[in-house]
Design a protein around this ligand. Structure first.
Ligand SMILES: Cc1cc2nc3c(=O)[nH]c(=O)nc-3n(C[C@H](O)[C@H](O)[C@H](O)COP(=O)(O)OP(=O)(O)OC[C@H]3O[C@@H](n4cnc5c(N)ncnc54)[C@H](O)[C@@H]3O)c2cc1C
Length: 325
C-alpha cells in the first residue's frame, strides 16, 4: 500500500481519479468474467475496490501534506544544467529548480517522476532515482537508454531524454517519493545492484561518506561489461572517504588484463559479510531473487533485505510470503 501511495504521489494522482479508475476496472471485471459476475459478486468487488481506494486516498493526502505539494500543481520546472555521457547507453542529467528555490528534502534512494512532452503530443511521466545531490542546489538523474528487443519499440521517455534533451531545456519534475531509504542505524551495508540499479547505490554511498564515514559499506555490482558499468568511478571515489569500504564487480564478459573483476553473474556465496548486515538491492527481478535467496541461505533475515524494482512491483507476488520488506 505504501509503495503504491508513493508512486501515486510522485505522479500527482488525485482522489477524483479513483472514481474513473473504479468505474472502468469494475466494467472490465464484468466484461471479462461475464455471467460469473452476479450482483453479489459485483457488489463485493466494488466494496473491496473502495476499501482499498479510500486507504490510498488517505495515505496519499498525508504524503502530499508532508511534502508540501499543491495538488493543482504537483510538478515543478527544473532546468537541465549539465548532461554527462556516463557510458554508451547511460546519461546523467543535472537539474536545477527553474524557480530559483531550494531543492526539496530528498532521502538517498528516493525517486522523482519526470514528465516529458513527446514530439507526438503525448505527455509521459517516468520515475528516475535521484542519483546524486552532491551539489546541494541540484539533483541528478541517471538514465539508461531502453532499446526495444524482438521487434518491440525503443523506450519512449529514455530515448527522448537521450536524443532530444539538451542543456537549458526545462523538465517537469515531481516531489521525491519512495521508501527505499536508509534507516538511522550504524549497521554495515551491502548494496547489491545490477545494470541501471547502480543509480540507487551512488546516493547511498554519497550520503554515508557525508554523514557516517565510519559505517562499513560493501558494494557489489553486476553488468554486461566494465564499459557498461555506469557511475563506477564516482562510487569508487566516494568510497575512499569511507573508513571500511569494499567493492566487488561481476561482468558477463571481463576485459583481458582485468584481474580484479569476476566473470559471470553475481555470486555472493563466499563474499565476506558482517553479521548484522543490512542489504539494499536494485536491479532486474531475477537478479534480485538470486541475491535474496543466496543471502537467505547465508542466514541474513528477510527483514534486512530491502529492494527497489524499476518497473511494476511483482516482487511480493513472486517471492514467498516471508519476503519481509
Ligand atoms: C522507482 C523507480 C525508479 C527508477 N529509476 C530509474 C533510474 O534511476 N534510471 C533508469 O534508467 N530507469 C529507472 N527506472 C525505470 C524508468 O522509470 C523507465 O521505466 C525506463 O526509463 C523506461 O521508460 P521508457 O519510457 O524509455 O520505456 P517505455 O516506452 O515505457 O517502454 C518500456 C518497455 O516496454 C517495451 N514496449 C513498449 N511498447 C511495446 C509494445 N507495443 N510491445 C512490446 N513491448 C513494448 C519497450 O521495448 C521497453 O522495453 C525506474 C523505475 C522505477 C519504478
Amino acid at each position: 500500500m505504501r509503495r503504491i501511495a508513493d508512486k501515486h504521489v510522485s505522479l500527482g494522482i488525485r482522489p477524483e481519479q479513483y472514481t474513473i479508475v473504479g468505474e472502468h476496472l469494475l466494467a472490465s471485471v464484468g466484461e471479462v468474467l461475464g455471467d460469473a459476475v452476479t450482483p453479489e459478486i459485483a457488489a463485493a468487488w466494488s466494496e473491496v475496490y473502495w476499501l482499498f481506494a479510500l486507504q490510498l486516498v488517505a495515505e496519499e493526502a498525508r504524503l502530499y501534506q508532508q511534502a508540501n505539494v499543491d495538488l493543482s500543481q504537483p510538478t515543478r520546472p527544473y532546468r537541465v544544467v549539465r548532461r554527462i555521457e556516463e557510458t554508451a547507453d547511460v546519461i546523467s542529467l543535472v537539474l536545477e529548480p527553474a524557480d530559483g528555490g531550494p531543492l526539496p528534502a530528498i532521502a538517498p534512494g528516493q525517486y522523482v517522476s519526470v514528465f516529458v512532452d513527446l514530439p507526438d503530443g503525448d505527455r509521459q511521466p517516468r520515475h528516475y532515482t535521484v542519483s546524486s545531490t552532491a551539489v546541494r542546489t541540484r539533483l541528478q538523474i541517471t538514465v539508461r537508454r531502453v532499446r526495444g528487443t524482438n521487434g518491440a519499440p525503443d523506450g519512449r521517455v529514455s530515448s527522448y531524454l537521450h536524443d532530444q534533451v539538451e542543456i537549458g531545456d526545462l523538465l517537469d519534475v515531481s516531489a521525491p517519493a519512495g521508501d527505499f531509504v536508509l534507516t538511522p542505524t550504524e549497521s554495515p551495508l551491502l548494496l547489491a545492484s545490477a545494470g541501471a540499479g547502480i543509480t540507487t547505490v551512488l546516493p547511498i554511498v554519497e550520503h554515508i561518506a557525508r554523514t557516517q564515514p565510519q559505517r562499513t559499506v560493501i558494494v557489489a555490482h553486476a553488468d554486461r561489461r566494465a564499459q557498461d558499468h555506469a557511475l563506477r568511478e564516482t562510487v569508487m571515489h566516494l568510497g575512499r572517504e569511507i573508513d571500511d569500504f569494499s567493492a566487488y564487480n561481476w561482468y558477463e564478459s571481463v576485459d583481458e588484463g582485468d584481474s580484479r573483476s569476476r566473470q559471470g553473474f553475481m555470486d555472493l556465496t563466499d563474499l565476506p559479510l558482517p553479521d548484522d548486515v543490512q542489504v539494499f538491492t536494485c536491479g532486474p527481478l531475477p537478479f534480485m531473487r538470486h541475491v535474496r535467496s543466496t543471502l537467505l541461505d547465508r542466514g541474513v533475515p528477510p527483514a534486512r533485505i530491502r529492494y527497489e524494482v524499476f518497473g511494476p512491483d511483482l516482487w511480493a507476488a513472486q517471492t514467498s510470503p516471508d519476503s519481509g520488506s
